[in-house]
Design a protein around this ligand. Structure first.
Ligand code: GLN
Length: 544
């Protein structure tokens, strides 16, 4: 059995299609169905890896090494499921495979056209993703907003699927209903236009998720029913929530899961949805009494908080989720490391924080300031968690200030450094020389063996772990003995190629750097063990 739910945005972008898709997929899971979620992104880029995260948001990396959109992270956190590369497509990917197939004569000399060949390729990919995960109900989120040119072929694919299998396809329009302050009333007209524009693409919405500042009331529900040709009970109220994780509960209250199942000619397999674990975790978000202050230090581009939150969404969600499970409330501060380079005394401001995170990054800007941050955290025993670049920079700091290699650096910044403690491996060097940048980093999950008696082992409570990578440079093993003599702990190593994956500093409440990105493996119901360990250490430092 394969059923499909298309989630399409109306009126404007950023209405929360990703959270709606994740919430619906999760709710249907609690009703006993195997579900998965697919993202169709309208841009020509083949993957998200080469896009600027400040413009596009985080690049999320899947277990099987795909560089995808941040929505895939929401799917994983909500569904507690690894989403594979089969579940992500862009217009670029779709066209690339059609053109490649044409060059291989796989269309047997036929004229290959935008319609039907492109939508057919989209349908093939959706069905392939559903089959690969043996999903009974597949949620397909179409990027962009109805009415724009970019996503029209995805809508055409959705229309074709509905035409072929009328009982197996449902359409959900996620729309925005403004409440202009001068009017003081929620307006449905933009949504009416969106529903009608969708009609123009041959699609009739079955449900409208009404995103707004407030609850949807009866008069507006009736208006939407009349003008958008939906059942009035299928206009779903979706007011702003304090936390996105409340959305499945809000939908359950309105019976969204049952209503969708009915449209798909299905019934719940469970007598009642088991949302108790989810509900109790959500309640912790509001009951947390203690605050801890976390500094995120990096190079930032003078962008606003919104942009930053999007570029590092998995890191932030990982900290929040780890905190909530400990009944703690995190307070974030974004700190531009360049300020420490300009005013050396300003490093003292880090004293206020209970924990410091240096997330992943690229290039030389602000790096000396991050080295100062590592030194400060190491000497003042402030819990430090370095993610990827944050680990590499911690190694440089250790090399310079503990092992006495004053010119130590990463080859990414100084290819001529006499002590390249972080270096590029041969196969990566060849890729860079050939300008082969797309999807060519060390990507996806790799094995790591943990050493007993270390912070890492204590956190995971097991010896073998798999974590996701996205980088070109590595710890240089030529320095391993020297650093260990000076007290650096190598707590995780990849057994296949002997690469150092985790470093720690002795006699410190928590100083851990990881070459991978643990933030990609957090789930709402199960925080990542290293984030939990970091939060526990930070909360102890805050109570001192
Ligand atoms: N720039 C570093 C590398 O390529 C780290 C990358 C990252 O933090 N994701 O190795």
């Amino acid at each position: 059995m394969r059923k499909y739910i298309f989630v399409i945005g109306g009126v404007m972008s950023s209405v929360g299609k990703g959270v709606v898709s994740s919430s619906i997929a999760y709710l249907l899971q609690t009703k006993g169905y195997r579900t998965t979620a697919v993202k169709a992104d309208p841009y020509i880029n083949v993957d998200a890896g080469t896009m600027n995260p400040v413009e596009h948001g985080e690049v999320f990396v899947t277990e099987d090494g795909d560089e995808t959109d941040q929505d895939i992270g929401n799917y994983e956190r909500f569904l507690n499921q690894n989403i594979s590369r089969a579940n992500y497509m862009t217009t670029g990917r779709v066209y690339l495979s059609v053109i490649e197939r044409e060059r291989n004569l796989e269309y047997a000399g036929k004229c290959v056209e935008v319609v039907p060949h492109i939508p057919q390729e989209i349908i093939n990919r959706i069905e392939k993703a559903a089959n690969a995960s043996r999903s009974e109900i597949t949620i397909v989120e179409i990027g962009g907003t109805v009415g724009e040119y970019q996503n029209i072929l995805f809508l055409e694919a959705a229309r074709m699927m509905k035409m072929r299998k009328p009982n197996d396809v449902v359409f959900v329009l996620v729309s925005y209903l403004p409440i202009p302050s001068a009017v003081g009333e929620m307006k449905t007209k933009p949504t009416q236009y969106a529903a009608r524009t969708l009609n123009g693409a041959g699609i009739q919405a079955d449900f409208i998720i009404c995103r707004a500042e407030k609850e949807l009331d009866l008069p507006r529900r009736e208006k939407l029913a009349t003008f958008c040709a939906i059942d009035k009970d299928n206009a779903i109220s979706a007011p702003d929530l304090k936390s996105i994780y409340e959305e499945p509960l809000l939908f359950e209250k309105q019976n969204v899961g049952e209503k969708i199942l009915k449209k798909l000619h299905l019934k719940s397999k469970k007598s009642s949805s088991n949302l108790s674990h989810w509900t109790s975790t959500v309640s912790k978000i509001y009951s947390a009494k203690r605050n801890i202050k976390i500094a995120i230090v990096g190079k930032y581009f003078g962008t606003g908080d919104f942009t930053l939150a999007d570029s590092y969404i998995s890191v932030i969600e990982s900290v929040k989720i780890a905190c909530w499970h400990q009944n703690i409330n995190p307070k974030f501060s974004w700190i531009n490391s360049e300020q420490f380079e300009k005013d050396k005394q300003s490093i003292q401001l880090l004293r206020e924080f209970d924990g410091i995170i240096v997330p992943g990054g690229f290039g030389s800007r602000g790096i000396e300031g991050i080295i100062m941050t590592c030194e400060y955290a190491r000497k003042n025993k402030i819990p430090y968690f370095g993610l990827c670049y944050g680990m590499q920079i911690a190694v440089i700091e250790f090399a310079r200030n503990v092992a006495g290699l004053t010119k130590a650096n990463t080859e990414e910044i100084d290819p001529k450094s006499p002590d390249p403690v972080i270096h590029i491996m041969k196969e990566q060097k060849e890729k860079v020389l050939k300008k082969d940048y797309g999807g060519s980093m060390r990507l996806g999950a790799y094995e790591c063996k943990l050493a007993k008696g270390t912070k890492a082992f204590e956190a995971y409570q097991r010896q073998t772990i798999f974590e996701r990578h996205r980088h070109r440079y590595e710890f240089n093993n030529d320095y391993r003995d020297n650093f260990e003599k000076h007290g650096l702990v190598i707590s995780g190593v990849n057994p296949q190629n002997n690469l150092v994956e985790i470093i720690e500093i002795k006699n410190h409440p928590f100083f851990v750097g990881v070459q991978f990105h643990p933030e990609f493996k957090t789930r709402f119901l199960s925080p990542h063990p290293l984030f939990s360990a970091f939060i526990i250490a930070s909360s102890k430092s805050s109570s001192k």
